[in-house]
Design a protein around this ligand. Structure first.
Ligand code: EPZ
Length: 418
């Protein structure tokens, strides 16, 4: 079993370089199925979720060449199969993007119900609502989704819930639909804009991504070749920002887009940290114990739910009592039990957690319950007195590239033990 061994007490100093966005990459790669040709995707994060989706695409008939660890050339000229391997698709959440892209490509797909982080119920009713509104038939049975469409007709879809996945999936299914599709109450995350930018680079006609209303004018086909560079990972950048605050460090985060981080920046300043926008990088430093705060997670541009556990670590050592309200997922406070093992004083009840700030944490054996909880527990280990052993780190490897190397470069005392 892999683990990370972390000896706390170091103030992080220096430079860190952000990888491409996981949640853009796991959508852009299935989106290549809409292209009958070859395209090159650059700045892919070197993470296990990207490897899984590439293996699934190969099972469907795509030919993939790794030009380097961050760039592939993918040939989707001849997609031979419409059944995605169940054992692979149930491994992670983004497999549902195969539905939108394959409905657009060939009007048929069978795929296992998506897996992914255990955050409580993760319904896909809004995805299905969108596909059926476009004229597809969607059946769910025995853990599989079977979607078919003879013809996709553009229409107006008002999302009942602001959903990143459903917004992207309906965008994918609408690229070749006859006429115009309007998505109202759309999600606005940076990775949604990145998927739209990729598709438009390849000849799609998508307008309004990043706003509440996205319009997709159906086109006959996409270009048969092109290349695209994935946007920097907003959440990875935010994770390092909060690590700097928690350890009272001073770091520069390179290859990021500061305006994607505005909400995190605002919170850091509110609790007593400092942030300087350097254009395509951002400097974060803090030389005092953080102040308490109230945080509510919301769809972009609100405070990201994927930053909630990392913020929880900072608030667990803040001066005073803080509250976090997790409005997106029904069960995203498992990490607080692990923090309490390290001396924190947190009471989590449903979608709310109360943090009685303590002066210090103590190293302990702790377990990552999901990707962002794992990243948060690394930050906790960096802050704690003594040694922390962090288990189940395969969760972290799904979404963070070389995370211990990046922290080591900032002065952290952290080792991966296989
Ligand atoms: C994406 O998940 C991200 N994953 C998640 O990041 C992230 O937490 C989430 O967006 C919110 O930002 C990927 O992009 C692969 P949603 P997704 O659809 O698309 C409800 C990480 O750590 N909902 O925006 O699955 C849902 O229950 C991961 O990188 C419905 O009710 O999230 C939730 O309450 C964890 N019906 C809310 O909407 C639906 O059909 C937001 O979910 C779909 C969603």
């Amino acid at each position: 079993m892999n683990k990370l061994v972390i000896n706390g007490g170091t103030k992080l100093k220096g430079n860190v370089f952000i990888s491409g966005a996981k949640n853009a990459a796991v959508a852009i790669l299935p989106a290549t199925l809409l292209i009958k040709g070859v395209c090159t995707i650059n700045n892919l994060p070197n993470i296990s979720d990207v490897k899984i989706i590439c293996n699934i695409l190969k099972e469907l008939g795509a030919k993939i060449t790794w030009n380097n660890e961050h760039e592939i050339t993918i040939d989707t000229s001849s997609i031979s199969c419409t059944t995605a391997p169940l054992d692979m698709t149930s491994k992670f959440r983004a497999s549902y993007y195969l539905i939108g892209s394959m409905l657009g490509r060939c009007g048929e797909i069978e795929v296992g119900l998506p897996g992914g982080c255990n955050l409580g119920a993760r319904p896909i009713d809004q995805h299905i609502k969108g596909f059926e509104a476009l004229g597809a038939k969607v059946e769910l049975n025995q853990g599989k989704i079977l979607a078919k469409a003879k013809k996709l007709i553009g229409t107006s879809i008002y999302m009942d819930v602001v959903s990143v996945g459903a917004t992207i999936n309906i965008m994918l299914a609408s690229v070749f639909a006859e006429g115009t599709t309007t998505i109202d109450n759309a999600a606005k995350e940076p990775h949604i804009v990145d998927v739209a930018n990729f598709l438009n680079t390849m000849g799609a006609d998508i307008r309004g991504a990043g706003t509440d209303v996205i319009k997709i004018n159906g086109v006959k086909s996409l270009k048969s070749s092109g290349s695209y560079t994935v946007v920097p990972d907003q959440i990875e950048a935010g994770t390092f920002m909060l690590a700097a605050v928690a350890t009272k460090g001073d770091i520069i985060i390179h290859n990021c887009i500061p305006e994607h981080l505005d909400c995190i920046t605002a919170k850091i300043i509110e609790i007593g940290g400092n942030v300087e926008d350097l254009g395509d990088s951002i400097r974060v430093w803090c030389n005092k114990r953080p102040n308490k705060a109230t945080v509510k997670t919301l769809p972009y541009p609100g405070f990201p739910t994927d930053m909630q556990p990392q913020m929880g670590v900072v608030l667990s050592i803040a001066d005073g009592t803080s509250i976090i309200n997790e409005s997106i997922w029904e069960s995203r406070f498992q990490y607080t039990e692990e923090l309490n093992k390290m001396g924190a004083c947190i009471t989590a009840q449903g979608k709310t957690a109360i943090f009685e700030g303590v002066k210090e944490l103590f190293g302990a054996p702790v377990y990552a319950s999901d990707l962002r909880a794992g990243a948060a527990l690394i930050i906790a280990g960096l802050v704690a007195n003594g040694q922390t052993e962090l288990y189940n780190i395969e969760h972290i490897d799904r979404g963070y590239e070389n995370i211990e190397e990046k922290f080591k470069a900032l002065g952290a005392n952290i080792q991966r033990i296989s």
